[in-house]
Design a protein around this ligand. Structure first.
Ligand code: PMP
Length: 414
């Protein structure tokens, strides 16, 4: 064991000396992925301005967003076109805003604004998306972790918590290719969530389908029809569906979507009318002209896949080669999305990330995927391989593996 440790220390010293400067912190598209949508930069053009019905896209109006764009994304997100809103560029803004409106005014079925409740709690499948948790923290919504599994959240844990406690007002959920685990909520899990009795009459699932069409294999895993399941269960207003084109077209200049029951959409548009006289319809129009239809989206996503699937393959290859034989860690093999979730030896994740930093490899801070950044086992590390080049992904994974092994050796000898 001592020999293993000194061997790993030597490998780590060599890594530090190699002077890397790599960043795997955030799930950003690579420049080549952004290039796939460069045609947007010349659209709509003067000639394209009249390509859609309705008010002049350059003017105020059209709060629900261009119907033609909603027709493209409605079927992909499994939201009826009339129940879909196309809005600004960021679904994170939308999610933050949805919760602010619930706190200030309450939503459909609320007895009072959430802020007038003695406490407001949200269930957080963990590991999960750090920015979801940051929104809760910022707004004073208490977070209750529930385990995230391959088929979605632990429904028994969720059902028990929501049945008893009216302060549990909602839960976060990334149904398809979750951040960071790649989990896909199955039809059965979605049905259980749609049907479960909740003590709060206005319980909401924030169904954040950020990676609905972001397949990494030939299989186009469908997302469960959460709105249909909720309606069939007599809980039509339970789900707020959100998504965006951030990882389809431009991460900083895409379009986001909100979907829900007819009552939820009417509620949302009433709130929105105080904030906006209409969204950026010029951007929405250029998305219509560029993407054309659902098949246009699928073709673009296939081009993304060709660029990023090899990076995920490198992550799997290096981890298997370096950590597999020693069983020093386990990791996900996602069929879509933007992340790999790595579980290292319990009690070593923070040390691994700090060793990586010392070697010039920036990782998302350990614990980020948990409410309050508290990974109770100190084992989870999120890997975001899309942005760096393939060579950099390989170098980063080799370096990270060295850090995992050194931290494990240190821990076992402590
Ligand atoms: N939801 C999830 C699950 C994400 O991973 C991300 C991006 N990392 C977002 C939302 C952010 O989306 P947007 O760019 O639309 O704000």
């Amino acid at each position: 064991m001592g020999a293993l440790r000194s061997e790993q220390q030597t490998a780590y010293d060599g890594l530090v000396a190699s002077g890397l400067a790599l960043d795997l912190t955030r799930g950003k598209p690579a420049p080549e992925q952004l290039d796939l949508s460069n045609a947007l930069l010349t659209l709509p053009g003067v000639d394209g301005l009249g390509a859609v019905a309705g008010p002049d896209v350059r003017n105020y109006g059209g709060l629900q967003g261009l119907r033609e764009l909603r027709e493209i994304f409605g079927p992909l997100l499994r939201v009826p076109v009339d129940q879909l809103v196309a809005a600004g560029n960021a679904s994170l803004t939308l999610m933050h805003d949805l919760l602010v409106q619930c706190l200030l005014h309450g939503t459909v079925g609320s007895e009072r604004p959430w802020s007038q409740e003695p406490r407001v709690r949200f269930l957080c499948p963990a590991p999960g998306y750090d920015r979801h948790f940051a929104v809760c923290e910022q707004l004073g919504i208490e977070m209750v972790p529930v385990p995230m599994r391959e088929d979605g959240p632990d429904t028994a844990a969720v059902a028990a918590l929501v049945a008893e406690d009216p302060s549990v007002k909602g839960m976060w959920l990334v149904p398809t290719y979750a951040n960071p685990t790649g989990s896909v909520v199955t039809e059965e899990v979605a049905r259980a969530l749609a049907e479960m009795p909740t003590a709060a009459p206005d319980f909401r699932i924030i169904w954040d389908n950020a990676y609905a069409v972001h397949h990494l294999t030939d299989v186009e895993t469908p997302t469960a029809d959460v709105l249909g399941l909720c309606a069939a269960a007599g809980n039509a207003d339970r789900a707020f569906v959100v998504a965006s084109t951030s990882k389809i077209t431009f991460a900083g200049a895409g379009v986001c979507f909100f979907g829900g029951s007819a009552a939820n959409v009417a509620w949302w548009l009433r709130q929105l009318a105080f904030q906006s006289i209409g969204p950026d319809k010029v951007n929405q129009l250029r998305h219509v002209l560029f993407l054309r239809d659902a098949d246009g989206v699928r073709a673009l996503m296939a081009a993304h896949r060709a660029l990023i699937a090899p990076k995920f393959a490198i992550v799997a290859e290096v981890l298997e080669a370096r950590l597999g034989p020693l069983k020093a860690a386990s990791w996900t093999d996602p069929a879509g999305g933007y992340f790999v979730s790595l579980d290292v030896l319990d009690g070593t994740a923070a040390r691994v990330v700090s060793l990586a930093k010392g070697a010039g490899i920036a990782m998302t801070p350990a614990g980020s995927a948990f409410p309050y950044r508290d990974d109770p086992d100190d084992r989870n590390i999120r890997i975001a391989p899309t942005f760096p080049s393939e060579a950099d992904v390989r170098a980063a994974m080799e370096g990270l593996s060295t850090c995992v092994l050194l931290a494990a050796a240190e821990h076992l000898l402590a």
